[in-house]
Design a binder for this molecule. Structure first.
Ligand SMILES: C[S@@+](CC[C@H](N)C(=O)[O-])C[C@H]1O[C@@H](n2cnc3c(N)ncnc32)[C@H](O)[C@@H]1O
Ligand code: SF4
Length: 417
């Protein structure tokens, strides 16, 4: 392993210390938003809310934090980071270090003391919403419309008094058919409040009955409204990150070929990592494949372990691992606003929701996996292990687990019959 602090100047097989990390300290949440998979996963026993242990945090603090340039809380799991019982302690310990900090949050658990401490530490806030009118905000988030905008206004006010600290306030707007028309209004509201940046991403449906809310089915409307909002943002001086316009000349909603995506370089296995509340270490926030667990293993050993070595050897080769193949996260700079909006790449969105045949609901997915396994020579013996694997890993991307891991695995078992 190279000396800590080195960044790879080119892709080689040697590792260096990562400079960017996504960290989730809890999968608990104070809300139950209708667009978020979390509620469904919890209801079906696929997500058991938990928190990062002190042991894992201590390990991160001693082994990894000394080398980090930036740490993002949240955005790599389903949960609200501010609802962690150790949040204030964890935050204080990170903020003492020379690390840029950002957070993806629903904002509801902020108070004046927390905002002040976070502004003091120069935090980049990314607050999520799905509606500008009370009706559409609360249709998704349930309640708290006034509170949300009060907190954002207070954060902007406090941030403006301590501009030298470099804090930034962003609004993250997830767009779909029912709320797209409010995007220009969002830009006006952001300018009024003093928000620095608006990041728009597409809603990715996870149940069949949500499919037509996805804007790939309303391409012209989406392009028109977002164009209008982009012009308005320019006039009002708001920085925006919008999804790329859809290709409207292509009338089909079939995923374009993903061929060639894997030819783009990926440096994430050298530069960044993602850690969830259970202490699982993953290569980035685009996959839930676990490289090792910090409850039992040191970060050093995971980072230099067999799995990471294999990943680094293959990721930029002609035969990347299944979950790296066609990944839209290649070449995207961790820590910029891009990772938040990369989901909105049309190719990625179409591939994620599937179009040629209706995408299965997650329960149907599970049912199919069970049937596939029962018919395999491994029969019911393998099932409990697979279900446990799914339960442990399926909490973030049901589609990821299904398409990248379980389907090939199921096929392999079936072939061997
Ligand atoms: C899962 S949340 C976790 C952080 C925090 N609790 C929050 O609400 O910001 C992270 C982001 O994912 C977005 N999100 C949730 N479900 C989504 C979906 N089906 N498609 C696209 N974005 C989604 C949320 O709106 C939020 O901006
Ligand atoms: S979007 Fe965020 S706040 Fe809403 S349920 Fe999901 S994790 Fe919780």
């Amino acid at each position: 392993m190279e000396k800590p602090g080195h960044a790879p100047s080119q892709i080689d097989s040697k590792a260096c210390w990562p400079s960017f990390g996504w960290i989730a300290v809890t999968s608990r949440c104070n809300l139950n938003c209708t667009h978020c998979q979390r509620g469904m996963l919890k209801e079906r026993g696929l997500l058991t809310p938990s928190e990062m242990s002190l042991k894992v945090f201590n390990r991160l603090e001693s082994e990894v934090f000394p080398h980090l340039k930036k740490l993002q809380f949240g955005g790599n799991n389903f949960g609200e980071q501010l609802s962690a019982s150790n949040w204030d302690t964890f935050f204080e310990r990170v903020s003492k270090r020379n690390i840029d900090i950002s957070i993806v949050s629903n904002s509801m658990l902020l108070n004046t003391a927390r905002i002040k401490a976070m502004v003091e530490a120069g935090v980049e806030f990314n607050f999520s919403l799905e509606g500008v009118s009370r009706e559409s905000y609360e249709a998704v988030r349930g309640h708290g419309y006034d509170k949300f905008f009060d907190i954002i206004s207070e954060t902007c006010r406090i941030k403006n008094t301590r501009q030298e600290n470099g804090s930034l306030v962003s609004l993250g707007y997830t767009v779909f058919r029912d709320n797209i028309m409010e995007t220009p209004e969002l830009i006006k509201k952001a300018a009024q409040i003093g928000v620095d940046r608006v990041i728009v991403t597409h809603f990715s449906p996870w149940e069949e009955n949500q499919r037509k809310q996805c804007l790939v089915y309303h391409k012209e409307l989406s392009n028109q409204v977002l164009d209008k909002a982009r012009i308005l943002a320019g006039e009002l001086g708001i920085i925006v990150y919008f999804p790329k316009p859809f290709h409207t000349s292509d009338r089909s909603d079939t995923p374009p070929s993903q061929a060639g995506l894997h030819q783009k370089q990926c440096l994430h296995p050298w530069k960044s990592f993602s850690i969830n509340e259970k202490g699982d270490v993953m290569p980035c926030c685009a996959t839930s494949v676990v490289m090792g667990n910090l409850e039992t293993t040191s970060f050093y050993d995971i980072w230099n372990g067999r799995k990471y070595k294999k990943l680094r050897r293959t990721v930029n080769s002609s035969r990347p691992l299944v979950f790296c193949r066609d990944c839209a996260f290649r070449e995207i700079e961790a820590g910029s606003a891009e990772p938040i909006s990369f989901w909105s790449d049309e190719q990625f969105l179409l591939a994620a929701i599937g179009t040629e045949k209706p995408k299965d609901s997650s329960s149907l997915t599970l049912h199919k996996i069970k049937t596939q396994l029962r018919n395999s020579r491994w029969g019911n013996r393998a099932l409990p292990y697979l279900m446990e694997f799914y339960r442990r890993n399926g909490a973030f991307y049901v589609t990821d687990i299904h398409d990248n891991l379980l389907t090939p695995l199921g096929r392999m078992f079936t072939r061997k019959r």
